[in-house]
Design a protein around this ligand. Structure first.
Ligand code: HEC
Length: 278
């Protein structure tokens, strides 16, 4: 309870919410990215791919020394091995993806016209398993699926985020995701924006809070706290719990909608996964 209070006091209410007059995703995007550009004029756009490290020189220096021997390498190698190990029918994961899975991750999440739903890399890896008569992974936040997703995303490192909102279903998902992001929730009554927009760049219990701009492009990420790779939804669950709100299930419709919104706000940023986070 005490830490909650300290947290609430530390963040306070900074009246810096961008005046987002919601008209279309395109104008949302302009206002969102424009807000951070104005707030942190010295931070180059591409640096937002580095999460909180973009906003704090000290932690950035520490991170750069850690990245000389990235702690995710071992798991990334496991992901590569899994990716290239044939199923019993002789096919590999590459057979399930356009262009063998190379250079396509920047278009995720996407709207599937056939199943009428938002699809993520994690979901597509599991449906690839099903299609090839392998049992889908049950753990959707860590372990082999995070390793495979990390490897698949690494095949698109540096590609610029560009997702397609043109189908009506995807637009609706975007709209729900936008509402999720800005809605206050939990005992602390914080929205994602309270921390990742208004309080971006500030400290919470020794952590620099990242800008929402860049959220997801480094995921799956190796969390030092856990000592392994986690998927984006594990991070979403953690942030919901931080404000004492019940988390949703990984790959739930709610989190996929949120991923649509956050990823669209990242439009133009280079993918940089896997990454290292504290
Ligand atoms: C109480 C403040 C707080 C709230 C509210 C909050 N977060 Fe976070 N979040 C953090 C902190 C602290 C971290 C770890 C430091 C960092 O990377 O920002 C974090 C990290 C993240 C990251 C990882 C960023 C990276 O590149 O490593 C994502 C993504 C994220 N939050 C999304 C969300 C979303 C979506 C919501 C709303 C559902 C949310 N957060 C709500 C405090 C918060």
């Amino acid at each position: 309870m005490k830490t909650l209070l300290v947290l609430a006091l530390a963040l306070g209410t900074v009246a810096m919410v961008p005046a987002v007059a919601h008209a279309s995703p395109q104008s949302d995007l302009k206002a969102f990215q424009g807000y951070f550009k104005k707030r942190f004029p010295k931070v180059p756009f591409d640096d937002y791919a580095n999460g909180a490290y973009a906003l704090n020189a000290n932690s950035r220096a520490q991170w750069q020394s850690i990245m000389m021997f990235p702690p995710y390498e071992f798991q990334l190698a496991k992901g590569k091995k899994l990716w290239n190990t044939p199923f019993k029918n002789g096919k590999t994961y590459a057979s399930c993806f356009r262009n063998g899975g190379v250079g396509i991750a920047q278009h995720y999440p996407y709207w599937d016209q056939r199943t009428h739903e938002v699809r993520t890399i994690v979901m597509d890896i599991n449906s690839c398993r099903r299609r090839n008569n392998a049992a889908p992974y049950k753990n959707l936040t860590a372990g082999p699926i995070a390793e495979l997703a990390a490897y698949m995303k690494s095949l698109s490192r540096g590609r610029h985020v560009s997702i397609d909102l043109s189908s009506p279903g995807m637009l609706k998902a975007y709209e729900r995701g936008r509402q999720f992001f800005w809605a206050r929730r939990g005992q602390l009554n914080f929205s994602c924006a309270t921390c990742h927009v208004e309080n971006a760049g500030k400290f919470i219990r020794g952590n620099v809070v990242s800008a929402a701009l860049g959220h997801g492009v480094g995921f799956p990420a190796y969390r030092a706290k856990f000592g392994h790779l986690i998927t984006l939804d594990k991070r979403y669950m953690g942030c919901n719990k931080k404000v004492r709100a019940a988390p949703f299930k990984p790959e739930s419709a709610q989190y996929r909608d949120l991923e649509v919104y956050e990823t669209y706000m990242d439009t133009g940023l280079p993918l940089d996964a896997p990454s290292y986070r504290p």
